[in-house]
Design a protein around this ligand. Sequence first.
Ligand SMILES: NC(=O)C1=CN([C@@H]2O[C@H](COP(=O)(O)OP(=O)(O)OC[C@H]3O[C@@H](n4cnc5c(N)ncnc54)[C@H](O)[C@@H]3O)[C@@H](O)[C@H]2O)[C@@H](O)CC1
Ligand SMILES: [K+]
Length: 461
Amino acid sequence: MQKIFDEVNSLDKRCYEEFFLSEDILMEHASSSMALYIEEKYHDKKTILIVCGSGNNGADGIALARLLHTKFDVSLYFYKEVKTDIGKVQYKRAKSLGVSFANKIQNADIIVDCIFGSGLNKSLDNQAISLIEELNSLEAIKIACDIPSGIFSDGQVNSVAFNADTTITMGALKTSLFSDTAKDYVGKIKVANLGIQRELYETNTNKYLLEKKDLKLPHRTKHNSHKGSYGHLNVVAGCKKGAGIIAAKAAFGFGAGIVSVVCHENLDLPYHIMQTHFVSENCTAIAIGMGLGKYEIDEVKKILSKDVKKIVDADLFYDELLLDVLDEDIVLTPHPKEFCSLLKICDIADITIDELQNNRIKYVEKFSSVYPKVVLLLKGTNVIISQGDNLYINTYGSAVLSKGGSGDVLSGLVGSLLAQGYEPLDAAISASLAHALAASNFKRNDYSLIPSDLIEEVRRL
Ligand SMILES: NC(=O)C1=CN([C@@H]2O[C@H](COP(=O)(O)OP(=O)(O)OC[C@H]3O[C@@H](n4cnc5c(N)ncnc54)[C@H](O)[C@@H]3O)[C@@H](O)[C@H]2O)[C@@H](O)CC1
Ligand SMILES: [K+]
């Protein structure tokens, strides 16, 4: 996993004060990293338009123009005159070397957005909006310097933002790049080196970006084993039985030795999934909530009080019964609407889905500070997983998963790993990664995935 920071001003300051690296050195390395990326990846391209604002994001752009000048046909366009001291120095350097200045936007093979970086602090005016819209409308390779212009430091987008294919961010990953709103603008994210190794630039953090290598599949290491060695998951099926059955099938495909669906009515299940009318004595984990609907309160209470690992989903986020188990290390997997209900039931906040979606991390942190043992997995295009002070973001999800049944598969995957003995946080992380990566391996198209396709892809990981 990689570290993520809410802000990097303090990290820059540490470079100046503790490592005697000046702003100029940092900026030169930032622009060199961008230049290197462009030279290596796009050496066959000819023209580059670099669009600069008045702050140091613009100054990065001017330095980049100087570095690429003569290798490419580079033009600098100024949205506003450069104002910072270092920016003025960069301007003199570029001008003295003969870099071209454009007085209007002209298309190019590559457009680099250096209009606003971390200094964006008010809504965009009409001039900035139409500039960004014009850049977005051009057919070019689009690279954002530090952050696509228009995205604020809390990850929100007011009206418009630069639509980047790649964002080259300075020094370290920032939280703002990982809001659900930012996802459609940032493209691929690369980190530019600022003149010291990233591990030295970075300090401690409590936020992490999950990577493929963080997925720990439930490989079997012992030959001398039997089905009981890999756990027994009970999936409680309520009135919408399909949800429980999907979860059970996913769990079985992800390695649980035995999976039973708990239901009072007799179900037509695949032969490898068992059925039980009540929770099994020997189960090693329980998945409950999906499709639960109206269920006998005392029975749910009894199930929740059983001393095994649990994943709770869906309908139970509307029920105060859940409050009884929030002092345990259970896994909760709400989608935004369910999380709003959970926050309300817990008396933490009474908010709309929009308010939540604009401040996902803030509310996850609030919840986790009140219930530090719970592993919370907030669904979204960038899934957030949190326990106590630590927060993990999975960005592998895509619109392929925006379907009924996808969440039930995820519950089954978490339940499967819990049953097999994973710690709740590890189960949530690996299940979430498996879920998203399996969906991204589904190549037929981006709209037709059904739960059985997803389960099939999980089985192929
Ligand atoms: N501090 C450092 O050591 C480094 C800074 N770097 C660059 O510096 C950037 C930050 O520079 P700045 O703090 O100068 O800020 P920015 O370059 O992001 O821009 C802020 C400028 O735009 C103006 N502005 C803000 N919102 C506006 C709006 N809505 N409409 C019109 N004008 C607006 C501000 O008044 C200010 O003049 C980073 O994003 C990064 O690209 C990098 O060179 C790496 C090193
Ligand atoms: K930018």
